[in-house]
Design a protein around this ligand. Structure first.
Ligand code: ADP
Ligand code: MG
Length: 341
């Protein structure tokens, strides 16, 4: 075959293959956009495990009428403007690829209103073709509706699992995102049936309630609160008692600057902190939030941004390991001295 330049729609569909694996990945991208827009409330609705409909409505800043069509264009983003910005990304998104990718494999409609207009506008995309801008009633914020996911990519559609399975993936995804932003309220419903409701959590008690709601009362009952800051790193959250350690590493939630991560360096550093107090082969459970200078980390290292590259991985590793070890040691020392002689 001769070399040829691929049509735009096909380029989008190929790019979509990297990040959009299933309805849960669509929702991850949409909800992250809502959080980047400063939403205090995010309502999620799905039908048929998200395959028929994924809808996310938020009360964030909204998209300007003039920019609605741009939001669906490839490499169009409001989050970075130059290479310096890329070195210190503070938002969850920055590549400007999610919406055009999603739109290329579904029927997508965005409705939005900013504080600058008294009415909202909407634009839809069907098979890569954009509709005219239309007035649409909307309060300040944005609604993105994704229908018939993969209707034009049969090979992908075949990989979707049963409705129940996809719904479970979605529920887990929403829970993980809800853990990352306590001040924002989230709700999830499937065909109008509520699957999760997380009111805004501002006090420590409310935060603990949300964690318990998501990771279980038993985790919370066996958790120690951590708050520690040193050498440019801050760690807060909950670590389980060694006695609550698990056979699988299935209860590990880690957020770096608000972004959920699945990082080997991080989980092994935390596990190392437990080495003196946990049986071999067991895994700690935790919900932890780490804040560092965004310049210390490259978030542009993984298509779904679940892994990052640290400028100084050793430093991060040592900080985590030492902090966990200290918290455990202090708890144990306290318990030992409280015990009768
Ligand atoms: P990215 O998040 O990487 O910038 P996206 O394709 O996800 O790229 O979104 C493109 C742009 O559309 C964003 O930069 C943002 O300006 C706008 N946008 C998308 N979703 C929302 C939303 N819910 N609220 C406000 N603006 C949004
Ligand atoms: Mg995005």
């Amino acid at each position: 075959m001769p070399i040829r330049v691929l049509p735009d729609q096909l380029i989008h569909q190929i790019a979509a293959g990297e990040v959009i694996e299933r309805p849960a990945s669509v929702l991850k991208e949409l909800i992250e956009n809502s959080l980047d827009a400063g939403a205090k409330r995010v309502d999620i609705e799905i039908e048929e495990g998200g395959a028929k409909l994924c809808r996310v409505r938020d009360d964030g800043s909204g998209i300007e009428r003039e920019e609605l069509a741009l939001a669906l264009s490839r490499h169009a983003t409001s989050k970075i403007a130059n290479i310096d910005d890329l070195e210190k990304v503070g938002t969850l998104g920055f590549r400007g690829e999610a919406l055009p990718s999603i739109a290329s494999v579904s029927r997508t409609k965005i409705s939005s209103r900013t504080a600058n207009y008294s009415v909202g506008y909407s634009v839809s995309s069907d098979n890569g073709v954009l509709s005219e801008l239309e007035p649409a009633p909307h309060s300040i914020g944005t609604t993105v509706e994704v229908r018939d996911l993969f209707f034009n990519v049969p090979a992908r559609k075949k990989f979707l699992r049963a409705e129940r399975t996809e719904t479970q993936h979605i529920a887990r995804m929403v829970e993980r995102l809800a853990l990352s932003k306590f001040e924002t309220a989230f709700s999830l419903s499937a065909s109008r049936r509520s699957l999760g409701d997380f009111p805004a959590a501002r006090s420590q008690l409310e935060r603990e309630k949300r964690v318990a709601q998501i990771v279980g009362d038993e985790f919370m009952a066996n958790a120690m609160y951590v708050e520690h800051e040193s050498s440019g790193c801050k760690l807060t959250g909950w670590l389980c008692q060694p006695t609550y350690a698990r056979a699988q590493p299935d209860l590990q939630h880690f957020y770096l600057n608000g972004r959920m991560l699945r990082d080997r360096l991080i989980s092994s550093a935390i596990k190392l902190g437990y080495r003196d107090v946990m049986f071999h082969g067991r895994h700690p459970a935790f919900v932890l939030f780490m804040e560092i200078d965004p310049r210390q980390v490259d978030v542009n290292a993984h298509p779904a941004k679940l892994e990052v590259r640290f400028r100084d991985g050793r430093h991060i590793h040592n900080f985590l390991f030492k902090t966990v070890e200290r918290v455990l040691r202090e708890t144990y020392a306290g318990a030992a001295s409280a015990a009768p002689p």
